[in-house]
Design a protein around this ligand. Sequence first.
Ligand SMILES: Nc1ncnc2c1ncn2[C@@H]1O[C@H](COP(=O)(O)OP(=O)(O)OP(=O)(O)O)[C@@H](O)[C@H]1O
Ligand SMILES: Cc1ncc(C[n+]2csc(CCO)c2C)c(N)n1
Length: 263
Amino acid sequence: MEVMSHSSSFLLPAGETSAKRYALIVLNQNIPCFTPLLWEHAKLRLCADGGANRIYDELPLFFPREDALLIRNRYKPDVIKGDMDSIRPDVLHFYLSLGTKVIDESHDQDTTDLDKCILFIRDSPLNQESSKLQILATGALGGRFDHEAGNLNVLYRYPDTRITLLSDDCLIQLLPKTHRHEIHIQPSLLGPHCGLIPIGAPSAKTTTTGLQWDLTDTEMRFGGLVSTSNLVKGEKITVKSDSDLLWTISIKKQDSNKTLRSG
Ligand SMILES: Nc1ncnc2c1ncn2[C@@H]1O[C@H](COP(=O)(O)OP(=O)(O)OP(=O)(O)O)[C@@H](O)[C@H]1O
Ligand SMILES: Cc1ncc(C[n+]2csc(CCO)c2C)c(N)n1
């Protein structure tokens, strides 16, 4: 069984990052403080419908000494895609005038705006067979539970795409059962709180190393044991399971000067 390696080096301040290729999707929920950093290094920048309002309204607040218009011009999304029922008309016109590509899929009321953005990235010429884009989605957690559940569902809909859901407080990734997993932690950025959640189906056997409460061929299921409030002990965690699991780990609060330093 192949090993899938996970690292969160995208959260490292500028200058400390190794080469990595990802697309960023901004969802319609509070923008995490590290968003400018992620934006700077993204190969593609998308807003899911009302996510554009967040970029427009909240990004200038991170730079109180700079002119809001300059910030809005600097952080121009490549694409705004969705069913367009949440983006404000003034925001839509502003980004249209900057040349952002706007894709209105209001005819599709069966998939979420996050789904729509993921399909755009998967079909992009930047997403090469030899070098697939990872996807980071900010604002995926906190707020309406139906939206959160829909966001988790996209991890299961596209299990062969590396998708990380982010909020200010934590990240979530899918660990497919087809692989053994090595998760590399930067202790200055992540942890110590973590969880392994068998959300799609129960797991008869999960084995881990590197956690305070490791599992050894342990059963996990809703209604029984799920591993929440666990703690990472070191910089490397391994996970092997007979079921797809969600991995979540807390994100440490950063020095805001460091987080916003973009290049
Ligand atoms: N409160 C929230 N918590 C988590 N994710 C959210 C939240 N609100 C929006 N999102 C994410 O951002 C995307 C865009 O949000 P937006 O508000 O534009 O969606 P929407 O389709 O208009 O939602 P709805 O019509 O159900 O209110 C959603 O598809 C979802 O992935
Ligand atoms: C069974 C079922 N439940 C809910 C919806 C509604 N819905 C799901 S995704 C979406 C688009 C949101 O931007 C909407 C309106 C549906 N179609 N089918």
